[in-house]
Design a protein around this ligand. Structure first.
Ligand code: AMP
Length: 450
């Protein structure tokens, strides 16, 4: 029986698997790694009409490209799918059946808490090697030391170096998917050789952001060196594979290195974070049209997230970036989740988070709307910190009683009205982004902000 051939819809993105020179004027030539967008079908199901990033159109052979897909299994992606946590020696042995030379897993040591054990199948027997953790380093033979388990596994994958066999095949923990494999399968893995890292342009909480060059284009690269942190960023990257909007910072791809380093490559936003941009330019440079444009840019991105059932959870001017051509784009999807999930409230930015989210962990598009109101206040106060002169510990009790910030100096009354709507205490009554976008567009069309 033949498989059902699904047709790629217009707008589908594809990554070139091979170079295609084209044979006629109608063809669209491309190089391996290029991204093209499908714009239509042809009479031949093996050929599509497509457009490249420079806007050139032509026909392409379907079997030369791979369709890009959103990575849906974010929570299951693992950098260390062979790590099985705290399991007993006997269970490890059961997991390594049927025997296969070089089949391995790593578990937490039961006899030596804090250490690990590498279990390897060799000539139908399972060998257990103790991995000693000492002074922040890991070692099996106390000759060769590693910073993390991934580096250790990589080393013994290349060479047995005293073990009974080199590590050949990971025994995957049930329910996990190897992150590398999943990003490759879905068309989001980039080639490390084509990425040049240039200077540092920002410091994130967990790693540096560097300016990079990927195949001749400027890109921003979030570099995460620590294996445990990288694991958290895998989730951020997988959220980004599912989203595409002109006002969301676009993911270009991901590089997962064997050693546990992770590179998240996004479009480069030349003018940096919105909060710094507002502070450094100030009201003498930025007019009312510009502030309203930033407000609308962010609102449109949020309307898109709302329509797709994603909740950002950390919307603030520091997480909005400005492009060379002055488009504001929402970034930092670290906390972004599909609407249903819950979240630990300990690390939340109190001044931006809605009362119901702080109180009951109820995150929704409506809690993003609250944060959006704070962001509007930041925009119209040119990057001031919200709730000036109120001690942090007093903010929540006062807000719960209905306190709302005053309008920033010079803020048009119509825009302040929108802020106050965002700070409606009852999330059910609070408007959604679609309604806010209508209001802001009305303000712009009627020039009410002047
Ligand atoms: P983050 O870790 O995302 O909070 O980023 C830290 C800082 O790095 C930001 O405040 C920006 O100054 C810079 N940065 C992050 N992403 C980009 C980007 N795509 N383009 C330019 N600068 C960026």
């Amino acid at each position: 029986m033949s498989g059902i051939q699904t047709t790629w819809p217009p707008g589908a993105e594809c990554v070139a698997k091979y170079n295609f020179l084209g044979t006629t004027d109608q063809d669209l030539p491309f190089s391996k790694g290029d991204v093209v967008t499908i714009i239509g079908v042809t009479k031949d199901p093996n050929w599509y009409k497509a457009k490249n990033t420079a806007g050139r159109e032509g026909t392409i052979p379907a079997n030369y490209v791979q369709k890009r897909e959103g990575v849906k299994s974010g929570g299951k992606l693992s950098l260390m799918p062979w790590f099985h946590g705290k399991i007993a020696r006997e269970q490890a042995e059961r997991l390594l059946i049927p025997p296969e030379d070089g089949l391995f897993l790593v578990r937490e040591s039961t006899n030596y808490p804090g250490d690990y054990t590498l279990c390897v199948n060799c000539e139908s027997k399972v060998e257990h090697y103790r991995i000693i953790y000492h002074d922040g380093k890991l070692s099996i033979d106390e000759e060769e030391y590693f910073d993390n388990l991934m580096q250790l596994v990589e080393h013994y994958t290349k060479d047995a170096d005293g073990l009974c066999t080199r590590l050949i095949k990971p025994k995957l923990m049930e329910g996990t998917v190897a992150a590398q494999d999943e990003f490759s399968r879905s068309g989001w893995a980039l080639n490390r050789k084509e990425l040049k890292l240039l200077q540092t342009i920002g410091k994130g909480e967990f790693g540096d952001v560097l300016l990079g060059d990927y195949r001749g284009a400027k890109v921003a690269v979030k570099c995460i060196k620590h294996d445990a942190t990288a694991q958290a960023f895998i989730a951020e990257a997988s959220v980004m594979t599912q989203l595409r909007h002109n006002n969301l910072v676009q993911l270009l791809g991901v590089i997962v290195e064997e050693t546990g380093s992770l590179f998240i490559v996004t479009e480069y936003m030349a003018k940096g974070s919105l909060v710094d941009y507002l502070r450094s330019r100030g009201r003498t440079v930025l007019g009312g049209d510009c502030l309203l444009k930033f407000s609308l840019d962010v609102c449109e991105a949020m309307e898109y997230l709302e329509a797709n059932n994603f909740v950002h959870r950390d919307l603030a001017a520091r997480n909005v970036l400005v492009s060379d051509d002055n488009n504001a784009k929402v970034s930092d999807f670290g906390l972004t989740k599909e609407a249903s999930s819950t979240q630990d409230t300990a690390k939340l930015p109190v001044k931006w988070t809605s009362p119901e989210a702080l109180r009951e962990k109820k995150f929704s598009t409506k809690s993003d709307v609250w944060s959006y109101g704070i962001l509007l206040w930041e925009i119209y106060s040119f990057g001031r910190v919200p709730y000036p002169r109120i001690p942090l510990k007093d903010v929540v009790p006062r807000v719960e009683k209905g306190y709302k910030m005053e309008a920033p100096d010079g803020c048009p009354a119509v825009v302040y009205d929108v802020m106050k709507l965002c700070w409606t205490l009852d999330p059910v009554v609070r408007p959604c982004f679609r309604v806010l976008r209508d209001k802001l567009q009305h303000i712009r069309a009627k020039e009410l902000y002047l």
